[in-house]
Design a binder for this molecule. Structure first.
Ligand SMILES: Cc1cc2nc3c(=O)[nH]c(=O)nc-3n(C[C@H](O)[C@H](O)[C@H](O)COP(=O)(O)OP(=O)(O)OC[C@H]3O[C@@H](n4cnc5c(N)ncnc54)[C@H](O)[C@@H]3O)c2cc1C
Length: 423
């Protein structure tokens, strides 16, 4: 890929979405500045999955070697029943997915993935201008007096202008508010527990050993709650995500910490192996209220555009939030990479046209899974489990084929950057 552009982008927010966008734009020759409110760049201590639609984007950014050093590859996606742990569905991942989609399904520690993106943004040997990264830069206002040079204004009064500005500042996006867009935020009534359980403890207990003997991505379905787990750092941790009805305290505060006993208690009455697994967590379980955004096609105003959770925050019930942000980044870079300065407005509109409907469908499908995962035992649960047992391509109205193929990319270099899987 040859860098061609020389205009400037300001990216507000250095999460997984903002950093992927910064790297993708750098590689198209844009000069990029990232403004992050936190005192240091980083991610929380938890796992993350990238299905082929997102892995493909990361590989096209030339990250294959770096990702191969940090990933864990699950061999299957497994669905289990809450009461007895019986398997009600199994989707092959591993080589099957690589062959079919020319890109892998991988798991990582979030901090490792974020570090890979950050290192590539500032690597002096990388394509395009090195990304300028600023921490401690909380954006509180936009200065749009010059519509062709939007500027972000930080809490401490700095003004950072560019030829375009991207709001990648997460679900409670300040940029979005400053653009005057509709408030589309909704509370799901649920919360997520997140814990990293030491892999050696899991391996040492005969009751839980099976969880690390074969790397899998597992979802347990139960009445009004579900549980997800998978191995990261090739066995160092079992990443656990438990989605349950939200307590009043967490609903009010958005985040809290919980103990291993809280986690065990939340799954009382489930298969004994669940308690055996959860009791091995440390007492630093993260708890967050689960919010999402209603589908919203308005992502752009002039030379200001949104990306990631800022415009399409979704429930994590398809593990697609960051992955959709990565798709945003790929399409944004494609569109900006093929225009000169006077084509920026149109390029941003084309970006939103190509991405908003796609991400909107994923938002809605993630919401559907809230019902699908949580049926009480009875006819609907039995019908769901029967469908899963017979074999299926996707849980919601979206097929995995559609989801994992991702937004069609135009780049003629496509094949060269995808995961050429060969035995
Ligand atoms: C339990 C759970 C599990 C998940 N699992 C997966 C998964 O497996 N796969 C997947 O693809 N997705 C997953 N997701 C979704 C994913 O975590 C999010 O969609 C993704 O992190 C959003 O990235 P983002 O960059 O858009 O926003 P964020 O990660 O929220 O980043 C926004 C950044 O902007 C900064 N910021 C905010 N306001 C300002 C400001 N005013 N000025 C400057 N900086 C600012 C923040 O500090 C932050 O660094 C999961 C989510 C949850 C809750």
């Amino acid at each position: 890929m040859t860098p061609t552009q020389s205009f400037e982008a300001v990216v507000v927010g250095g999460g997984l979405g903002g950093m992927t966008a910064a790297l993708a734009l750098r590689q198209r020759g844009l000069r990029v500045t990232v403004l992050e409110q936190a005192p240091v760049f980083g991610e929380i201590g938890a796992g993350i999955q990238t299905a082929p639609n997102a892995s493909r984007v990361l590989l096209r950014l030339g990250l294959r070697r770096r990702l191969e050093a940090i990933h864990t590859e699950p061999q299957d996606q497994v669905r289990r029943r809450w009461k007895d742990g019986s398997v009600i569905g199994l989707t092959p991942l591993g080589d099957t997915v690589k062959r079919r989609y020319n890109a892998p399904y991988w798991h990582y520690h979030r901090a490792d993935l974020h570090r890979v993106l950050l290192d590539a943004c500032v690597d002096p040997a990388g394509a395009g201008p090195v990304v300028r990264l600023h921490t401690g830069s909380r954006v509180v206002a936009l200065d749009l007096a010059d519509a062709e040079r939007p500027a972000a204004v930080t809490e401490d009064g700095r003004r950072v202008a560019g030829d375009l500005l991207i709001g990648a500042d997460g679900i409670r996006s300040r940029v979005r508010d400053l653009m005057g867009l509709e408030d589309t935020l909704e509370f799901s009534g649920e919360m997520a527990f997140r814990a990293l359980v030491p892999g050696d403890l899991i391996a040492a207990d005969p009751a839980t050993r099976f969880l690390v003997d074969r790397f899998q991505s597992t979802i347990w379905y139960g009445p009004d709650r579900h549980l997800v787990h998978y191995v990261i750092r090739r066995g160092e941790f079992l990443n656990v995500v438990g989605c349950v009805p939200c307590t009043d305290e967490v609903a009010e505060r958005w985040t809290a910490t919980a103990t291993a006993s809280d986690l065990v208690e939340a799954y009382a009455g489930w298969d004994d192996r669940v308690a055996a697994m959860l009791s091995k967590a440390k007492d630093d379980v993260l708890c967050s209220a689960l919010h999402y955004r209603r589908r919203d096609p308005l992502w752009v105003d002039g030379r200001v555009a949104l990306l990631g959770d800022a415009c399409h925050a979704m429930l994590p019930y398809q593990a697609q939030g960051a992955s959709q942000a990565m798709e945003d980044a790929a399409v944004l870079a494609e569109e900006l990479g093929r225009v000169t300065l006077d084509g920026v407005d149109l390029a941003l509109r084309r970006y939103a046209d190509r991405r908003a409907a796609h991400a909107g469908r994923v938002q809605e499908a993630s919401l559907q899974n809230k019902t699908f995962y949580h049926y009480p035992d009875g006819p609907l649960q039995e019908a769901r489990d029967e469908t899963l047992r017979r074999g299926f391509d996707g849980e919601s109205d979206l097929s995995y084929d559609w989801l994992w193929s991702g937004t069609p990319l135009k780049d003629p270099d496509h094949g060269a950057y995808a995961y050429a899987f060969a035995r």
